[in-house]
Structure formats: C-alpha cells, structure tokens
Design a protein around this ligand. Sequence first.
Ligand code: AMP
Length: 388
Amino acid sequence: MSSYNYREIRTPIFEQSTLFARSIGELTDIVSKEMYTFLDRGQESITLRPEGTAAALRAYIQNNLGEQSPLTKLYYVGPMFRQERPQAGRLRQFHQFGAEAIGSSSPLLDVEMMVLPRDVYLQLSIEEMSLSINSVGCPVCRPKYKTILVAHLEKVFSKLSPESQARLRQNPLRVLDSKEEQDRELTKNAPLMKDFLCPECSVHFASVTAILGTLNVPYQIDGRLVRGLDYYTKTAFEITSTALGSQDALAGGGRYDLLVEELGGKPTPGVGFAAGMERLMMVLEKQGQIKSKPLLPLLYFVALDARSRSWAFVQASALRSKGISIELDYMERSAKAQMREANRQQAKYVIVVGESELTTGVARLKNMLTGDEQTIQLEKIEQALIST
Ligand code: AMP
C-alpha cells in the first residue's frame, strides 16, 4: 500500500444502518438479507460493516478529506460481517484489505486498483490468477440497457430460477450473474451492458483496456460480470484463482463516481477494490506456502524456591523489555515438573535458579537442543544468550 502511496484509515466496526442501505443498495443481497443489523440502546439501527467502502467514504465526507488534497488515497484492513450461508471460503466474519482512490476519474486509477492487489499476489507467488473486467455503465446508458435486458429476459421468465425471477424485477443485471445452470443457458445470448455503453463510458473502458495492455497485464473481458454492490459505475473487475473452489474470487472492485454525492458529499469520482484475506490464505495454504512457526520461548527459568521465583520474574521482565522471549513457572511446581514444562514448551535454554545460584551469582545455562551446559554470571544472561 505504501509503494502506491495509500494511507491507512480505521473506521468503526459498525455504522448507522442507513449508510449501507444508501450506498450498497436496498435491493442487493448484502443489504436485503445478509447484514447484521441491531437496535442499540438508543433505538438507533446499527449494522456491523459488511464491506469497507461505505465507511471510508462516510469518513471522507465527514472529515472533509477532499479539502486537504484533490485526490485522497486510503487503504484499510479489517473484519467484515455478512450473514451468508457458511461454506468453504465464505465466512460470516471475514477479513478484507482494500483501497479507495477518491477525487479522480482517471482510468489510470481504475487500473491501479487492479494491479495493486495483483502485485500483492505476485509478491506472494500466487501462481494462478485471472483478472476479469467489465463496464457496468452509468445513469446515461444503464437505464436504456436495462429496458432492453428486461425485455429479453421476460421472454424466458417462466423458465428462470425463482431467485432470478425475483432479481429480474429488482436488479435485472444480477440475473446475468446467476450461478444456476438453467439461468446461464437461458441468458446465453442476452444483450450485454458493454455493447450498449454511452460514448463516455465506452471511451473510459477502452482507456482501461489500453493501459492494461501497456502494462502487459493479462485480462479478459467478461460482459456478465456484475458485482453484488449497486454503487459501481463504469469499471467493475474481479481477480479469481483456480486454486479456490466455487468461491473463487480473491478480490473485486470498481469505480463509483456517484457514491460520494449519494452519501451527502460534493460530486466526487472514486474507485476502489477489496480483497478477501481468508481466500488469500487458502491459496497460500494450497501452494504449501503457509508454514506455521510457533512462538517458542528462548529461555525458561526453573526456580527452586519462592525467592528464586521472584528473582526470575524480575529478570524476565528486564529481558522481555529487550524483546527476548522468556517463560518461568507460575504454578509453584517441582523442579522436575518445571523442566518437563520447559521441554514441552520447546524452550531453547533453561537456567535453574535456587539459593546457591542467587548467593554465588553464577548459574548453568543449559541448551535444551544439544544438552550442552555452560557456566554464566547471572548478571550477564543477556550477553550469554546473544553469544550462544
Ligand atoms: P466484495 O466486498 O463482495 O466485493 O468482496 C471482495 C472480496 O472479499 C471477495 O473477492 C472475497 O475474496 C472476499 N469475501 C467477500 N465475502 C466473503 C465472505 N463471506 N467470506 C470470505 N471472503 C469474502
């Protein structure tokens, strides 16, 4: 994010419910059936955020971020909540990282939103990913297209799945997005938005594809790509991975030139993306790239009596403040049980401290891996750990 000069924004986990209804769209799946919405004690309706853009734009407007600079570049990382049917790759609390560029209608930024997550994936050696792009038009061209699409779909209405029948009334573009085989077949020859774009949307889409070409970024145009959020205008895109199952989207995004105004700000174009972190972990896991490295204590103090335990605690505190991982016994166990525990925790070193060690100021530092022991000054534990 920093190489692309995005700054982090942390918004609250919940917002007023109306924010999401107004931005994502009343008729979308997210708002109509997936939001975790509650009345708070003041009888105000609040919602756990289902995505990051609405909150980022709310903060942008409320804090006049646009006045500080004509282009605001923000990123976020955090949990999102959707009450979907849980399945592999689909969780009710999941995490996204994402970015928003607010203030410019340049197609360069549309492409930036595609190549930024792609760069993250490339750096993590994600092997198989594909970028699909589409244009979902704007209020000039979309209504005309919608009429044409609805007329086409009405001819096959009775054969569509019940879900697509409902969508046809409320959100006809989403019918093209249906995963049902019968819907796919019936809409095989349906008219596509990309063929009905107004001159402005058409030029914009051509610029996006030209820039992707210049950067040598492989992509495919998917005329059926309609994202599940209503606020998109012009560009919509998705990055998918064949390493994932039916939920194959790693990231998605698009342009939302009307959203800031819709939420009460000045007319301001914007574009963004959001990427699923659990999905990314799934791909990395599949590629054998996630090696869990347990955090192991470097040193375990075995204390033989109460005074030694207090001494060890003070020493541990000093060493921990230098970033050295230390564990000791808090259970007043026998020396033997403490040694067993040090072993179980895979501590690399053990120092046994008792009355004689405290009197002489000298102890044995035992390397638990090799069994080697060396005599050390208790004052110089840190140096001993560093030099071994
Ligand atoms: P969206 O906010 O719907 O555009 O989704 C952006 C990305 O977030 C998707 O491509 C997924 O990687 C991820 N995502 C969305 N919904 C879920 C979910 N329920 N569980 C896990 N990841 C999700």
